[in-house]
Design a protein around this ligand. Structure first.
Ligand code: UDP
Length: 327
């Protein structure tokens, strides 16, 4: 199979590349390296089944050729992370919406119909006060232009672009709403909690818990996520649909911090930081975010294999090994 991965040097994209190369597929990654990194691609360099283009999806002139070549496309290229979104909302709007439209247009104009996965996010549920979210639940967003929600709005626009092309032109597209994915290659400098806490714990530095730490999240190991995405892409009943992807085991952020300290046998204290100090005035955190996974299970039979503790142990070990290598 020929697999094109936009944003393939990023966290989830690089795991998709690894998954498909291990299966004997041909993999073509395009990435502008804005948040993705060449380090993530290092293990595949020199593999004849692997090809990389450093390009921005907004201007890439190899796009038509690549979509013609592909049997499957994972569109993961996006500006992600709360910090980035607040820093550069213009880039978020352009990359996340125009990028997706360019790909869909290229498919339609060329008359190509590969399997397509469009990455959306649990952020689209917005401020809905429920604690768990099914695909049919309401989306609640503030009506005054709060830029903190720019990411959610662009991803929602991507979803509607995908549904429009799927409906009008019969394209085989599935939209996935990803819930808090964690694992190797994820970096903390765009605000993600698990890599930040793991690094802080391994270095015996204070773990920065935002707010009171009562907010909950459900974390899914990326090695499970890629299995779910692979199955959904190849599932005709999923085309034209939106599907939650994640793990439904939930944990308060304070408990997560304590668990990481315990697993790392760390001497780190907890350091509580107000949301205002963490993100600035504009930020509004989501209190609970757990996926309802009935649709994913019904379509693919998927159940996650990684427990949170297993993932944390693996990440702690990797952080330690990396430090030894650097030292
Ligand atoms: N968070 C935290 N300390 C950090 C980074 C994040 O307490 O150093 C909190 C954050 O406020 C949120 C949760 O951890 O409630 C998950 O944050 P992340 O950015 O990883 O994911 P998202 O907010 O998109 O669910």
């Amino acid at each position: 199979m020929h697999v094109l991965i936009t944003g393939g040097a990023g966290f989830i994209g690089s795991h998709l590349a690894e998954h498909h190369l291990a299966r004997g597929d041909q993999v073509y990654v395009v990435d502008n390296l804005s948040t993705g990194s060449l380090t993530n691609l290092k293990p595949f360099r020199g593999n004849p089944a692997f090809r990389f283009a450093e390009a921005d999806i907004l201007h890439w002139n190899g796009l038509s050729e690549a979509v013609a070549w592909a049997d499957r496309i994972y569109h993961m290229a996006a500006v992600v992370g709360v910090k980035k979104v607040l820093e550069d909302p213009v880039a978020v709007m352009a990359t996340n919406m125009t990028g997706t439209e360019r790909i869909l247009r290229a498919l339609h104009h060329g008359g190509w119909n590969p399997q397509v996965v469009i990455a959306s996010t649990s952020e689209v549920y917005g401020f809905n006060p429920q604690s768990s979210f099914a695909e049919t639940d309401y989306i609640v967003l503030p009506s005054a232009g709060r830029l903190r929600w720019a990411y959610a709005v662009t991803k929602l626009a991507d979803e509607f672009l995908a549904f429009s092309y799927a409906r009008k032109y019969g394209l085989n597209i599935v939209v996935v709403r990803l819930f808090n994915t964690i694992g190797p290659n994820q970096v903390g400098h765009y605000g993600m909690v698990v890599p930040s806490f793991v690094k802080q714990a391994v270095h015996n530095e204070p773990l920065t818990v935002y707010g009171e730490g009562n907010q909950t999240r459900s974390f899914c190991d990326v090695r499970d996520t890629v299995v779910a995405l692979d199955r959904l892409a190849g599932c005709p009943e999923a085309w034209g649909e939106v599907v939650n992807v994640g793990n439904d085991q939930e944990i308060p952020i304070r408990d997560l911090a304590e668990l990481i300290i315990q697993r790392a046998q760390s001497a780190s204290p907890l350091h509580y930081l107000s949301y205002k100090d963490a993100y600035g005035e504009e930020f509004e955190d989501v209190t609970h975010r757990r996926p309802v996974l009935n649709k994913l299970r019904a379509l693919t039979g998927f159940t996650p294999e990684w427990t949170l503790t297993d993932t944390l142990d693996d990440l702690i070990e990797r952080e330690r090994t990396q430090n030894l290598r650097v030292a």
